[in-house]
Structure formats: structure tokens, C-alpha cells
Design a protein around this ligand. Sequence first.
Ligand code: SF4
Length: 931
Amino acid sequence: MKSSRRAFLKATGASSLSIMLGGSYSLRALAQSQDAMAQHEYAGWEDFHRNQWAWDKKTRGAHLINCTGACPHFVYSKDGVVMREEQSKDMAPMPGIPEYNPRGCNKGECAVDYQYGPHRIKYPLIRVGARGEGKWRRASWDEALELIADKIVDTIKNEAPDCISVFSPVPAVAPLSFSAGHRFAHLIGAHTHTFFDWYGDHPTGQTQTCGVQGDTCETADWFNSKFIVLWGANPAITRIPDAHYLSEAALNGTKIVSIAPDYNASSIKADQWIHPKPGTDAALGMAMAHVIIKEKLFDVHNVKEQTDLPYLVRKDNQRFLREADVVSGGSPNKFYAWDIKTGKAVIMKGCWGDEPEQKAPPVAFLGRNTNTFPKGYIDLGELDPALDGTYKVALKDGKTIDVQPVFDILKPRIMNDHTPDKAAMVTGVPAKVIVQLAREFASAKPAMIVSGGGTNHWYYSDVLLRVFHLLTALTGSEGRNGGGVNHYIGQWKPVFVPGVMALSFPQGPAKQRFCQTTIWTYIHAEANDDMLKSGIDTNKYLRDAIATRQMPNYPRDFRDPKVFIVYRGNWLNQAKGQKYVLRNLWPKLDLIVDINIRMDSTALYSDVVLPSAHWYEKLDLNVTEEHTMINMTEPAIKPMWESKTDWQIFLDLSKKVEAAALRKNFTKFNDEQLMWNRDLSTLWNQMTNDGKLANDEDAAQFILDSAPQSKGITLQMLREKGPQRFKSNWTSPMKEGIPYTPFQNYTVDKKPWPTLTGRQQFYLDHDTFFAMGLELPTYKAPIEADKYPLRFNTPHSRYAIHSTFKDNVLMLRLQRGGPSVEMAPADAEARGISDNDWVELWNDHGRVICRVKVRQGEQVGRATMWHTPELYMDLIEGSTQSVCPVRISPTHLVGNYGHLVFRPNYYGPGGTQRDTRVEVKRYTGATPMSL
Ligand code: SF4
């Protein structure tokens, strides 16, 4: 049987294997074919099955979605039809560590369904009905691009370039595609958006403590741990290709503890399940710190050398004692500890004000680059800093003041306020369990915390992460293979970030307008949440942060955004405050463009939709934080229908902008803010470096060549030899045969941490942190701004990667066929709700109407909905984001404090949806299908 591309498409359109096989005997024959003892009369049947697995072309493939898997695949095609994908199984193993191979998941193996499925966008489309109405007409590429180009030029001419907004997430999974629109935005003066913070994935507390955007061990390093705490993380569902390391570690003797309110798929595999009340994790962590300190289970030398806990704080104003306080002309960024041996205050080496002889260039993911400090720079040597006590210090004005180490402030708070008994009252976890957990965590060497969305999506998630870091700092497990805080949310780590920056921003990041998406949405969607009910004046903090330029606000001068281009992302579906977005932000936008492979929720609510090539129809790179290999995808077939690669779409758009600018006699303009005389008439040449980057392959190789982490690796090597390991990494060296774990530049090489204090920094002596009571790690109860009884929980699903694959039929067959909200039996019963009823779930921000699943594993007082079903799915109204407001934590707005500065996806306000509260009742309106 010869399958042609056309016949295949016809057959998949009919969506019936039995039609292809023909006849009513198909099931009987299929059953026979699986019976080894049966006599097989129908040889043609067997040929069909054999032919199904035959191919004439094998290419490299990857899934360029917001997934941290980065699983290398082979893609098999026959007669120009992609037949299937399979894990490539050629990642180099590390001695003594279980392999990454084979690496994949249920969803990824459905990737081809989006290539040939009904959701595929085939042609450029222009909206003819209302936004979201679903009425379109087919357009030519010329017509669609000219419409967009005209609007872009008009907006620059009549408004300002920063009224044009370009959003695309996660460069790690498809850096070439990502760079296409970012380079275009860079060259016309548009602003680009942050995404990592906006999604709630940014580990803000790690940036506060460690001065890094976020760094984590590759998952093979889990095997090196002796004690793993899965804290708000559920890898059996959310990290499917890596979950095997938990089982292998357990077989190797590692104890695994799952801390999660519900008995989830990872809790089942753990040795111990601890289930605090939602949002009380920091109380549990602080009580663990209590036990570790009280029982002297902490690593004193590590605390003195690697943290700011010995740094001196003035008792008169609670600020660090600074050199500028003591010495005329002294630095405000050099800090002291009290040396027990000499009885003197001494400046600690490696603080922000301490410069290396050879200054290192800034890097996007660190507060500062300390790589050029000599090894051993922060080694204590003979110094023995005090952790306790009060000391007298003479200031430069002659006054004598009392000072005390940070630890001396923190310790009594932990001893008094965070006893296991008090934590038991807050968390519901028995005190003796907390004590046992703390002792085991402190004595296992090394112990690690694997954290996830369950702990990072809270309003006070930053301080919770600081508590995690406190535990690993006390026990000295940071920077050790098998230890430390390891945060896995979002595909946030493009290890070769200098290469992505070089292609995206050819004139450098200083010449790029970076918009902070949470702030942009909060302002332009007028999504103001009344946090005043919780005593926090968000608007005041936000106004201050913008006025003092701690945080950006685009377009400048509070103008409205006019053009919004979204590509490689489902912005609307992920938008918290969705009701406000559709009501207030959408009407401000004259033009919404979506570039996509499929008709998702954002595409449906756009004005122009452009078809982009599927992951198996284009070339791109693919990396993750979960392993350290670069992986690629390449065209198995040409882009189908009229689709094009993202790189080619933006090159074509640049040609159309050139023409529009000439037509409108507006080719040159002076972009005063960025001191850039721009020329739209040569845009294509600027996009392609005068033609040198005109094809996708050259542009992808440019990324590899432009980053020290990947220089020397070629596309040909990736194609022929398979995934290649990075040459270097962010905060630790890459060592052959050893899994990457972060922070060894500081803990082993003993260079300063990239923070203000040059150490893991727990004391943040900034007005906002004081005002919020967050100057030190502590427990803050979830905010209660929504006066509704049930906490709303929106975790990631086993059957989708965010909204991708959410509507996949194969995946839906493994569930209930559509989205549902999960409730505990007691909560359902109290409301007269039965399993599979339609229910209405609401709060002041919006409403969702969907089915209910009554689940024993759900905790009473909580309603769970796997996050972000598409708006067109089996919901009568809304989706998860309808009831989640945009809430901004003031501490995330601090941008004038050493390592706490705004940089895109490095520091800024993020998503806080877990504090949301809702009520649920039985829905009595009309339903699509009566039961
Ligand atoms: S969807 Fe993600 S985890 Fe699954 S196979 Fe693809 S890359 Fe791997």
C-alpha cells in the first residue's frame, strides 16, 4: 500500500482507521492480528501495519512549546507525510547515573496531531466578524502583511514606536523563532514583553537571595541526593521525562518526602506525604529552621562564609552597617561583620562595592558578574565572624552605635514565633512530624528541595522561596551535587542567552524597550485588584516604582498600546484578569496579530492570524534547565499549506514595512529616548545583517556561535551526532560526566555571590521590605482579598503543556473529555453537587461554568481546575483565568537595591493566582447536553 500525502490527509480528515481498512470485519481482523496463535488469512492487513512503520526520511524533531522537557526526537516521514515521532535515545549518558534516554511524554508523542489536525491554520486570515466571533476571510500573504505593515508605520508616525507591543515567550525552546519577532521589534522601536515573571514562574525569592534570575540542577542530579523534598512540586505529572530519577534515587536509598495539600501522583511514589493547609508552607519551613537552629544541626562555617547572616546591622535604624557610615568617602555598598578573634568590625570581601581588578561584562541573568574575582576570594581564612551578640561601633560623625549580626535578629524571631507547636496550629502538620522532617533534612548530606508551581504562584511566594534557601544555607547543601533549592517552573533558562540576545537585539539590550508584562496588563486592562482590603496599597507602590524608574511602563506617558503582535504563545488564554483584559485592554488595541500553528484562544480573539510552520517543518534549537544538552528540530517536510517559519514571516514583514514607509514618505525617524536614528527603508537588510542571516539555518548557527556556552557546536553536529552538551553554564562549571548543579562558582570557587552583600542574602534592608514585614525570611499567611470560602488551585496537568494539547482528542479520552473543577466530597455534598454536574464557580473577578469532578484526594476547602483550558473547550463560560486577578506584590517592584533591578525576566512582578478564592454552586442554566 503506497500512502500519498494527499491520501493521508483525506484519511485523517475522515478520521477513521476503519474507513481506510474498509469493511465491517475490521475489528475482528484486528483482534485476530493480535492473537499469535491465530491463522492469518489477510496478509494485506499485516502489510498495512508493517507499512505504517516504514519511512523514507528520518529527521530530528523537538516540541517547540512551553515545555521544559526538551526531549530529542526523531521524526519519520514517508512520501512527504510525517507518520510519527519517537524519542531519539541518543543523549550521552553520565557514568554511574541513570540515563536521560528515552525522554518523552504522552503529550509530545501527539505532536503530529497539531500538524495535521483541524486546529491547523492554513492561510493568512483577516477577521470579518467581531473579535472572538470566529468569522474570518482568507487573505493572501501580501494583503495580510501590508495591512500589518501599514498599521505599524502609521502607529510609529502618528503615535510612537512604543505603542507597538510584541509578545513571545520562552526563548529556550525555540530561540530562532523567538528572536525573529524580538529582532523586528528591536529595529522598529517597539517594546517586547517579559513572560517568565508574568506566568508566575520566576523564582523571585531566589533572585532576592542569590542574585540570579534562577538556576537549578539538571534532573540527573536528583540521583545524587540523599533526601529529596518535593515541595509544591509534582514531577510525576509536570516533569514526566524526568520523574524516573525519583524512582531511581529511591531505589538507590534516597528518602523522598512530598509536601503537598493533596495526595498527588508524586506523593504516591514518596516515602512520606506531608499535607499542610494550602499557602502555609513557609510556616512549616520556618519551624524546620527552628529545629535546625535549636538542635545546633546547622553548618556554622557555611553560614559564616556563604551568607549575610554574620553581617552587622545598626540597631538604631535597622540598616546594614555600611562603610559610608564609618569612613568618610566610604562605600554605601560595603558591609561589615564582627571578627571574634580581633574584636573588630571588618569589611566582608566581595560586597557590591568591592570591584575585581578586571571588571566582567554584565550578564542578563545575574545581579552582577563576579566571574573575574579570583578563586577563594570570599574564603574566610583567619576571619571568624560572630553570629550572635551586640557590639559597639564608632561612626564617622563620632557617634557610637550598637550593631548586631543579622543572625542575631533572625534567631530570636525563629525561636519565638516559629516553634513546631505554633507551626502545627497554622499548617495542620503535627509538631513531631515537623521535628522529624527537620532532623532528617539537616542530617542527610546532601538534601535538596525540589520546588514547583505549587509554592511559586502565591502572593508571598518570594518569601517562601527565601525560607527554602534559608534551610539549604543552614545545612550547607547549596552548591553541592544532590543538594540545594531546585526550582522547576517554566522553560526559563536559555543557557546560551548571549546568543539569543545577539540575534534578538543586535544593538544591545540597552537599546531595547523591555515592557514588564504584569505591569502592562495591570495598567492597560485596568485590572486593579483591591488589595486595600488586605491593607496593601498596590497602586501607591506601583506609581512610585514607575515614577522613580525602578520598573518600566510602556507605552511611555501612560499612552494606550495600539498594536499587539503575539507569536509562539497563547497570551490571552494565559492572561490573569481575563475579564478585564477583554473588557478594557482589547478595545484599546487597533490591531491584534497572532502568528500561530493553530487556532487557539488568542488567535480567535485577534484581527489578523498568520500561519506559522509546525515544529517538524522548520529548523530551530531547543534547550532546557532539566538537562544540559542542546537539541534541534529540522524540517521533516516543507511548511504545509501556506505556512512559513517565524524567521521568514518577520523578514517578509520587514520588507512590507520598508514599502509602507516609502509609500507614506516616512522612512527615517529619530528615536530620542534611545538616541537612535532609525531607517525603516533598510529594515530587511538590518534584519538579515545584509543578507547574511536571510535563511533560518544561518540565523540558528549565529545563536550557537554567539554564546560561549555553545560556541564550537554546529547544526551539522546536532544533526549527525545528536544532542550536544553545553560547554559552560551560568553559576557552576560544566564537568564531564557529572550532572550540572548551580552555585559552585560561589560555594566551591568561592567567588562573591552576585548580590548586594556578595553572599546568599537573607536581610533586605529596603523600605518596601520593611513596610511589608519581609526584611527577613518569615511566614506570611495567604492574602484574603477575595471573600469567598474555597481556595482556587490551578496546577499543571498530566495531559497538557499549559494550553497546548489541552484540546487533543487522545489526551481528552484519558480524562473526562473536557475541563472540570475538582472538589472534595464533603465540599460537594455541602453544596448539593454530584460528580459530573455542571457547576458555576465565581468570585468578584469573573465566572467559570464547567463540570465538576468529586475527588477523594482533594483537600476540603479547595477547588482545583487544571490550568488554562482553551476558551472554546467544553466550558459554558470562562476559564481558569476568569477568576484570577492580576495582583502585584510590592516587593517585586523594588528596582533600586543592588541586585534587585528590573531586567526582563530577571526581576519584576509575577503571577500570584493561588491566593484566589471562589465559591461554587450547582449550575441550573441550559447545558449543551442533558444527562
Ligand atoms: S511535550 Fe515536553 S516532555 Fe513531552 S515529549 Fe515533548 S518536550 Fe518532552
